[in-house]
Design a protein around this ligand. Structure first.
Ligand SMILES: *Cc1c(COP(=O)(O)O)cnc(C)c1O
Length: 948
């Protein structure tokens, strides 16, 4: 007997249902449907070569064995990554809870109030600790946040600075090497020069538009920047500082010494290091920059009943509107990790956080004192948690390394010979004594059992924080586990996730995130690994990387892979930078034009601009396909300067364009490279591939196609796969190779390493056939929905044979004229049925884009169809005059709980019609906390942190 196959759990469609669905569609077999969907000339000639599929049980053993190849050391390396204690109540109720990890970015605010509140708490933590009034939620990592700060300053230069061509950014030499590396990558294409020097000796004789500092700096020293900032401001230079949040509970915050921007990681607020990520970065700034700050901001607005409600503010979808003029390309960020960090702060509150910080700080001073008694000098005089130890004469680094190895301890080893020791929340007296014993042994000395007492704080009074923080009630109300658990559950009940119903967001691929893919992440053998630990300690990770890279190479047909980018958009940027490096190396530096079809996702032009390219938009024809004649004309016009085409396949319109080969040929024959946006890879895996259709580069959204959950807006992983000729131009990382030719695109060498086991597991458990079947069923489900909805709504675009790919666009534009109903009204009304809306107004304004994925069952698809048809009938009632033109179920949707339960009811339709529009809704009603939210009010009255 065969053991249980994972594919049968992953796919929502059983063979019996499949034949009925195929009949509805009007085909005899799945093969026939796929044959009608995907052009024959791009079908892969042979099956994918991947390891045989494992059952879930076999995989659990396999991934456990692999994890044990990662060795757990006590890590004192620091450098932006610290061991931390994730409170178990957060671990169990957030990190391991599918309501939190499978929800989507909270664009549909009414069914996202829980995570919006958690993220608003996050922003409050940031504004309070940095003492700057405005924060976002969130950025990808500290190093890219530094680059975002650079861009923000560059974009907001004064007119005089622009006219004078002030393009230099001052970077203090004591920032993390990974921060500097990413700044290098990002500055060059934008025409920004970096001046890396000691801030203290800089006299502003060279005009600079901004500066990047670090607090405490990369040695661990806490510098007083007050006077420097004054001088900087006098010279028209803005100041951004990477600030350690834990340290800010004790140190004078940047906002109080004049910084314009503070940024950094929130990893040490309860997020495992995970061999580099994911964890959330933050950025805080002054109000003046509220329209320039990248990423998402949660704001407070009100709903139609006047009740306070949260929603994404201002520039939420700004890439879709501003395209290549967008302030950044960030789409997916680090929502789940930001949520967890916010609960960490809620749980500990101001005194709890301060207590943790004081403990770390005191241990650091005690360690410094004790090592001093052994003759080891701490070069840092003012420090929070980090010592920089000069070795006494006669003691070699090798001796320390050897002893540390025996005790399973990792220190930071400076090239200049010093030892860096960064303590953290997990440091205990026992661990501290182990460090002390190690140094005692080296010098052959005895040491006291008790730790030395320290009387004076090494932080001078002017750098000691006196201002209070986190005084809002949320940071003191939930100190017991019972209280926090209930608070988490209260918020959770306000959100729709995959734990409730199908989330049919086109282009987002909200498929199953299987428990067996997620469970391994709870092991410290993945979580507690420091990204800069010696490679030989992380064999499990490296075997996993090599495996995953080879599978992704096989699936895309593109042999070289980097796992570094932390989102799809970061992948786009990385792919374009790789192309840029290639042309520079070939001496074709003039190639600076990227063609992008008008239908492209907003991140495409935003990434192209960030990578220093000029965007030329090409037209789409009336069927939504790339207008080949226009593309050809523009490729030829630009043939001397053409760098690349960015194309999504199947198109963002959900169609496999038959001309794709021809399109790729046109680009190649005009000297350009083909960049494929792989967001729609779920329609390709096993059936065709980017390389097979002619692409040179593609990014994959592992958080779409390869089962990493969306986490309410991140984490994401956006690896890129490239053809052989581009392999040597991929980004590198200073932690792996200090003298690498190419710099990094992310803070850690393997990006969001700790979530990679999810995609690895997805591939290992499905195998070649399962992956292919997943693609086929995704296409089946989409075509089934299209068949069921084509006669009412209508499908905007279909392929040459009338089929759609894995998603489709539903026509909604005519309802505006006939009934005064927009796609937004339909989206909001779906909430009354317990559904999350499909993708709104992308890629075609006035429409809804639906992508069911392979994981949904026939029954769930039918429930969605019934809801859509019921809504269609409600629109017809308005058209025919049966329902009121202004007071109807659609315009008033969603109907929230207290409205339904209120004593007064003034609408011409019944409460039952509002709340239970179909019989089955009664069985599993999702009760909304708020009614429709007023976006304009929120933007006019921007409030981005907790008020009480
Ligand atoms: C999701 C998506 C992106 C952006 O990916 P992120 O991970 O959100 O940065 C780019 N292009 C398309 C077509 C997408 O659907």
């Amino acid at each position: 007997m065969q053991s249980e196959q994972f594919v049968d759990r992953h796919s929502g469609i059983c063979p019996n249902d499949m034949s009925k669905m195929l009949k509805t569609i009007g085909v005899n077999s799945l093969d026939e449907l796929i044959g009608q969907t995907i052009p024959a000339d791009i079908r892969l000639p042979k099956k994918l070569q991947l390891p045989a599929p494992m059952s879930e049980h076999e995989y659990a053993d396999h991934i456990h064995d692999l994890s044990l190849k990662n060795q757990l050391f006590a890590n004192y390396i620091g450098m932006g990554y610290y061991d931390t204690v994730t409170p178990a109540v957060i671990w169990r109720n957030v990190f391991e809870n599918p309501v939190w990890y499978t929800s989507y970015t909270p664009y549909q605010a009414e069914i996202s109030q829980g995570r919006l509140e958690a993220l608003l708490n996050f922003q409050t933590v940031i504004t309070e600790l940095t003492a700057l009034p405005l924060a976002n939620a969130s950025l990808l990592d500290e190093a890219t946040a530094a680059a975002e700060a650079m861009t923000l300053f560059h974009n907001t230069r004064t007119r005089a600075q622009q006219q004078a061509g002030v393009n230099t950014l001052l970077v203090d030499k004591n920032v993390w090497p990974q921060t500097l590396s990413v700044l290098k990558t990002r500055s060059v294409p934008q025409g920004i020069q970096l001046l890396v020097t000691d801030f203290a000796t800089f006299d502003f004789s060279v005009p600079v538009f901004g500066t990047i500092l670090q607090y405490p700096d990369s040695n661990g020293e806490v510098r007083d920047y007050t006077q420097f900032v004054e001088k900087a401001h006098e010279n028209g230079c803005k100041v951004a500082v990477a600030a350690d949040l834990m340290a800010l509970t004790l140190l004078t915050p940047p906002g109080e010494w004049g910084a314009d921007v503070a940024f950094g990681t929130t990893q040490r607020f309860g997020i495992p290091m995970g061999y580099g990520g994911p964890s959330a970065a933050y950025m805080a700034t002054r109000d003046e920059f509220k329209r320039d700050i990248p990423g998402r901001i949660i704001g407070i607005s009100k709903d139609v009943h006047g009740k306070p409600a949260y929603r994404l503010a201002l520039q939420t979808r700004e890439q879709h509107i501003k395209r290549e003029r967008a302030t950044s390309n960030i789409c997916t960020a680090q929502a789940l990790l930001a949520t967890m960090a916010s609960f960490y702060a809620v749980y500990h509150g101001p005194d709890g956080l301060k207590n943790i910080a004081e403990r770390i700080h005191t241990y650091a001073m005690q360690l410094s004192a004790q090592l001093g008694m052994f003759g080891f000098n701490n070069l840092n005089s003012t420090y929070f948690d980090t010592l920089k130890i000069e070795l006494s004469k006669g003691v070699s680094v090798e001796t320390i390394k050897e002893k540390a190895q025996q005790r399973k301890i990792n220190f930071r080893y400076f090239v200049s010979g010093e030892i860096g020791i960064s303590l953290d929340e997990t440091t205990t007296e026992t661990k501290l004594k182990s460090i002390i014993a190690l140094f005692a042994e080296v010098v052959g000395k005895q040491h006291e059992q008790a730790l030395p007492t320290v009387n004076n704080d090494v932080i001078p009074t002017n750098l000691q924080r006196v201002s209070a923080y986190l005084q809002q009630s949320v940071f003191s109300n939930y100190r017991s586990e019972t209280d926090l658990m209930r608070y988490i559950k209260k918020l959770e009940r306000r959100d729709i996730s995959l734990a409730h119903s199908m989330i049919s967001l086109g282009s987002c691929t909200m498929k199953l995130n299987a428990a067996s893919e997620m469970l391994p992440l709870s092991s410290p053998h993945w979580g507690a690994m420091h990204p800069f630990a010696p490679t030989e300690q992380a064999e499990g990770y490296h075997l996993l990387f090599e495996g995953l890279k080879s599978y992704l190479a096989e699936i895309t047909g593109l042999p070289a892979v980097t796992l570094q980018p932390n989102s799809g958009a970061a992948g786009e940027y990385t792919g374009l930078i790789t192309i840029r490096n290639y042309f520079i190396d070939k001496g074709e530096t003039q190639r600076n034009v990227v063609l992008i079809p008008a239908s492209a996702h907003g991140t495409n032009p935003a990434s192209a601009a960030q990578a220093g390219f000029k965007v030329v938009v090409t037209a789409c024809d009336e069927n939504g396909n790339v207008d080949v004649a226009d593309l050809k004309a523009k490729a030829e016009q630009n043939k001397d300067v053409l760098a690349a085409l960015m194309i999504t396949y199947p198109s963002t319109h959900g169609v496999f364009e038959v001309a794709i080969h021809e399109i790729c040929d046109i680009i190649h024959s005009n000297g350009g490279q083909v960049y494929m946006d792989g967001a729609n890879m779920n329609a390709q895996v096993g059936l065709t591939s980017p390389a097979f259709v002619g692409a040179d580069v593609c990014h994959l959204n592992l958080h779409k196609t390869f089962a990493i959950p969306h986490g309410g807006g991140g984490p994401g992983v956006g690896p890129i796969c490239v053809a052989e000729h581009l392999a040597k131009y991929l980004p590198q990382h200073p932690a792996i190779d200090e003298n690498a030719q190419y710099t990094a695109v992310a803070a850690s060498p393997y990006g969001s390493a700790s979530v990679l086991p999810i995609s690895y597991g997805y591939i290992r458990m499905l195998g070649a056939e399962g992956l292919t079947q997943a693609t086929e069923v995704a296409i089946l489900n989409a075509n089934y929905l299209a068949e069921k909805l084509k006669d009412t709504y209508g499908i905007v675009y279909t392929g040459a044979t009338g089929r759609v790919g894995h998603e489709m666009i539903l026509e909604c534009r005519h309802f505006k004229g006939s009934a005064g109903i927009t796609e937004t009204d339909i989206a909001k009304r779906l909430m009354d049925f317990g559904f999350h809306a499909p993708t709104l107004s992308f890629p075609v304004h006035g429409t809804l884009m639906v992508e069911p994925t392979e994981s949904e069952s026939w029954a769930e698809l039918d429930r969605f169809v019934e809801a859509m048809l019921a809504i269609y009938n409600e629109i017809k009632e308005i058209e025919s005059g049966t329902a009121d033109k202004t007071d109807n179920v659609l315009l008033n949707a969603p109907h929230c709980e207290f409205e339904i339960a209120a004593d007064e009811w003034s609408h011409p339709y019944s409460r039952t019609k509002a709340a239970y529009p179909l019989e089955w809704v009664k069985d599993n009603k999702f009760w909304l906390q708020v009614g429709r939210i007023d976006n304009a009010f929120g933007d006019r009255n921007l409030t981005c942190s907790c008020q009480c």
